[in-house]
Design a binder for this molecule. Sequence first.
Ligand code: AMP
Ligand code: GLY
Length: 421
Amino acid sequence: MDILIVGSGGREHAIAAAVKKSKHADKIYCAPGNGGIAGIAECVDITAMEFDKLADFAEEKNIGLTIIGMDDPLVGGIVDVFEARGLRVFGPRKNAAIIEGSKAFSKDLMKKYGIPTAAYENFDDVDKALAYLDTQKAPIVVKASGLALGKGVLICQTIDEAKDAVKSIMLDKQFGDAGKEIVIEEFLTGREVSVLCYCDGTHIAPMTSAQDHKRAKDGDQGLNTGGMGTFSPSPFYDSDIKKFCEDKVYQPTMDAMKAEGRDFVGILFVGLILTEDGPKVLEYNARFGDPEAQVVLPRMKNDIIEVMEACIDGKLDTIDLEFEDNAAVCVVLASDGYPLAYEKGKEIHGLEAFEGKDDYFVFHAGTKAADGKILTNGGRVLGVTALGSDLKIARQKAYEATEWITFDNKYMRNDIGKAIM
Ligand code: AMP
Ligand code: GLY
């Protein structure tokens, strides 16, 4: 069958690469795609928020399955639009994608169903939020409830700083409408782990673990970004923690969503923090992580289309998820300046070095093809992933491969996966 992937980042490139390996995939389209995805899929000039145009395209081309990679269209209800037109689509409906679209919703869900998470309060009134802060201790975390490109979380070292954060989110609308409602939450410490799970509304199948590096600079300094690099698996996610999460987090979340009449079908991304009091949920996302997908998907043995179809059909219990007994590290090459202002349009050299190598991947995020060249076109430009028999080897290979690529203003963190050495 022909497949349509919606999105344009490194995550969608990793999804496209996995789909290409499927024995069920014929022609692959990606809307809107990017300069690298164009190497394995036909890029279609429709943006991810043009639901009707995308559905028209899927109908016209007789697409057998559409895979939604990004959060905005999911939260906006693209799956409902496709389903109403009888089109097969992988991702949660709007009433389930709210688990990512509203942190206030997800916190209330966890509280109601006893899923471990940081203590918190939700506010849609500035004065009440400020008064509440007077009763709290710092450090404390202030979050815009809505989607804010992964940047809507402010860790505040003092109560005054937290008050400024509340004002800048709610009054100055730093994150636009995403900040109409906020969550103020207890500051937790521990290692973070991302576990992405396939879900069919009833059953949930967690994939291998990964760890992201969200801050822009080495040593977890600098601003929060979409993610500067990942490794998989996380050695900190041991069998006891895994068992705890299966019993207390993953299945309870599926059951909670079902009990609320919001059956979750698609990828549930569980962002965990491993505290001294046990694992707690920091956040849920309703899609693959980026750049978590770039280390998890290359390690998956299953045919991705078969797994996704089982999710849509409510038959995930018939699938045994399997991952290679190896490790992967992804280092993001960004435009210097990201996540603030940066320059675009720089020619990228060295991409051909990855051709024909099974254990190295270069996933394109912010690139575009022009006049036979590949140019930088975003903050996160490329994700360089290497597989190795263990994390140390994978890390060494990934950093070697970052040297193959050159472009003006290339920037990367040098300590991705350093914690595992
Ligand atoms: P979120 O989008 O909610 O996952 O938050 C983004 C990042 O902010 C997380 O990956 C953590 O590094 C940090 N963070 C969020 N909530 C907390 C918390 N309660 N305590 C400490 N760090 C947090
Ligand atoms: N890497 C974090 C995210 O995809 O939200």
